[in-house]
Design a protein around this ligand. Structure first.
Ligand code: SAM
Length: 296
């Protein structure tokens, strides 16, 4: 289904780049998709249809935006690079349902933009080929703001996708897995060859799907405390929980007390962070939190 009218073909992309004398900025993570089949596949997997709103981060010259415009109701796309605005105006001129927002996604008021362009209660999906240099800050912003989003289907560096979707006792499992899976269920849908990008990136890519959870999978007393605590448990992967926690609490709690709380929690301090499930992290963090509040 590579209709040659689509932007996402090598020849059409080259034509557009030449017409506007566009040069890629590596610093903005500009690797454009030139394979319409991949894009249509991503769209299907994202569950996009005419009832949905779509948010894109970094439309580039509009390869994915065009597909979203065809398949979704309204499309909102945040683009930081001013040089792309006249290009997008041209390439997407046939689509009235596309709204390009010239803003840094990390600074944008996404909630308010959503209110301006989507109907209340409308399912909204994020679909993007992310700028890889800020994948994690973008996703954490979208997740932590509790936006009314149903799912995120995004292309990113393979190594980061693997870390976000990792299960306990695997090499990729860490604080990022817990942070992402606290808000969503995460699944790597596919690995993508470098050849579908122009220019080709130096790293391998994957499509990750994050489906927002309706309720948190664990009860934590204090989310900020919980995430810092989990990070501390992975501070030195080879070290035991006991040793990582002794370092973390150095200024706040003597060693003996850390040991006492560990015993109270029933979790063996000789284990490593990578063996703990989210429920165990939550229970351990809550026990330490209560001790610090002096309520146990
Ligand atoms: N969606 C296009 C495609 O697939 O062909 C382009 C994807 S390219 C990997 C990333 C895009 O994100 C570029 O257009 C880049 O200018 C844009 N971008 C980079 N940093 C951004 C930021 N902080 N906010 C919004 N867009 C950004």
């Amino acid at each position: 289904m590579t209709d040659k009218r689509f932007i996402a073909t090598p020849s059409r992309t080259k034509e557009i780049l030449q017409k506007y004398h566009f040069t890629f900025k590596k610093s903005l993570g500009q690797n454009f998709l030139v394979d319409a089949n991949i894009l249509v596949n991503v769209m299907k997997k994202a569950g996009i249809d005419k009832k949905c709103g779509a948010i894109e981060i970094g439309p580039g010259i509009g390869a994915l935006t065009e597909q979203l415009a065809i398949h979704a109701d309204q499309v909102v796309a945040f683009e930081i690079d001013q040089r792309l605005l006249p290009i997008l105006k041209d390439t997407l001129q046939d689509y009235e349902n596309v709204h390009i927002i010239h803003e840094d996604i990390l600074k944008a008021d996404i909630q308010s933009v959503m209110g301006d362009h989507f109907h209340p209660g409308q399912p909204v999906h994020v679909v993007a080929n992310l700028p890889y240099y800020i994948t994690t800050p973008i996703l954490m912003k979208l997740l932590q703001q509790h936006l009314p989003i149903t799912s995120l289907t995004v292309m990113m560096q393979k190594e980061v996708a693997d870390r976000m979707a990792a299960e306990p006792n695997s090499k990729s499992y860490g604080s990022l897995s817990i942070a992402v899976q606290y808000y969503t269920t995460a699944k790597v849908l596919a690995n993508v060859p470098k050849t579908v990008f122009m220019p080709q990136p130096n790293v391998d890519s994957s499509i990750l799907q994050l489906t927002m959870r309706e309720t948190s999978p664990v009860m934590v007393n204090d989310e900020t405390y919980f995430f810092q605590f989990v990070q501390a448990c992975f501070a030195q992967r080879r070290k035991t929980l006991r040793n990582n926690l002794i370092s973390f609490f150095k200024q706040r709690m003597p060693k003996e007390k850390v040991e006492e709380v560990l015993q109270q929690s029933g979790i063996d301090g000789g284990r490593r962070g990578e063996s703990l499930h989210m429920e165990e992290f939550a229970s351990l963090a809550n026990t330490f939190w209560k001790k610090e509040q002096q309520i146990v």
